[in-house]
Ligand binder design. Structure first.
Ligand code: NAP
Length: 259
């Protein structure tokens, strides 16, 4: 008896816009069915799903707040009921600081928010995702987790210290996951974007652009969400075989040491 044709299925968190939406589109182009996510079942998420289906991809809305840890199992069940067994998780949902400024003035609220979304949620969503992969046989398909952290996992932005700390935590979660899941041949990658033009960076993108043109990045330009989408699609399609645990700077060489 032949088994049903298997297709890769991905959940991309925070994909109602920005980098997450570009990742979802790139995955759809690779033949993935994609569950798109934002915290609310709103017009932005519906438009994102419509965009993927317009491109010919299989897509479904998966509205949930990633910080609702207790809801993760039910959400993954619902996605699998719609799209089939998940092969891929892209932890992309993230938030910036409530207010840029001196570390001496950082509020507990902003610290907790950064850690809840950027570190704790991706830890537990990865756990829930990995548990179900470990509990089933996983024929042929490449299985992976990609965590979208940041250049700030390694480089300090003085005005956003709590964000940097949360992304450093997320980078360590990626390494720990790679170690735990390696024996199961589930690959884990940490993608660290630099200066990407999205809603998150809109208030500062002109300043970033100027600094990029002046040499902050080796390519003298800021990045676009599609740059990260293409990179993540390559990773989750297994085009970097025999690799796991990599932290990949996606920053046009911004953090290459120079003097
Ligand atoms: N842009 C950059 O230069 C840059 C650089 C380094 C790293 N990053 C990282 O890349 C990721 C994507 O950033 P972006 O620039 O594309 O940001 P963005 O345009 O602000 O998009 C963030 C996405 O995450 C969603 N989200 C936020 N909190 C959520 C929650 N609790 N549950 C579910 N979804 C949630 C947002 O939905 P709502 O707005 O509806 O909440 C939105 O869809 C983030 O992790 C960010 O830290 C970005």
């Amino acid at each position: 008896m032949s088994s049903p044709a298997a297709r890769p299925v991905a959940l991309v968190t925070g994909s109602s816009r920005g980098i997450g939406l570009a990742v979802a589109a790139a995955l759809a182009k690779e033949g993935f069915a994609v569950a798109l996510n934002g915290p609310a079942d709103d017009a932005e998420l519906s438009a994102a799903v419509a965009r993927i289906t317009y491109l010919g991809g299989a897509a479904a809305a998966a509205p949930f707040d990633v910080t609702d840890i207790g809801g993760h199992e039910a959400v993954l069940d619902a996605i699998e009921a719609k799209l089939g067994p998940l092969t891929t998780l892209v932890n992309n949902a993230g938030v910036g600081v409530l207010q840029r400024g001196d570390m001496m003035d950082v509020s507990e609220e902003s610290w907790d928010r950064c850690f809840a979304v950027n570190a704790k949620a991706m830890f537990f969503l990865s756990q829930a995702f990995a548990r179900r992969l470990l509990a089933r046989s996983r024929p042929q398909l490449f299985h992976s987790i990609v965590n979208v952290t940041s250049s700030n996992a390694v480089a300090v932005a003085e005005q956003r210290s709590e964000y940097c700390a949360s992304k450093a935590a997320a980078a360590m979660v990626s390494k720990a996951l790679a170690v735990r899941l390696g024996r199961e041949e589930i690959a884990v990658y940490d993608v660290q974007p630099g200066l990407i033009a999205t809603e998150m960076t809109a208030p500062v993108i002109d300043a970033y652009r100027e600094r990029a043109e002046q040499g902050l990045t080796l390519f003298p330009r800021v990045g676009q969400p599609d740059d990260i989408g293409t990179l993540v699609a390559s990773l989750v399609s297994g085009r970097l075989p025999y690799t796991t645990g990599l932290a990949i700077p996606a920053d046009a060489g911004m953090l290459v040491p120079r003097f």
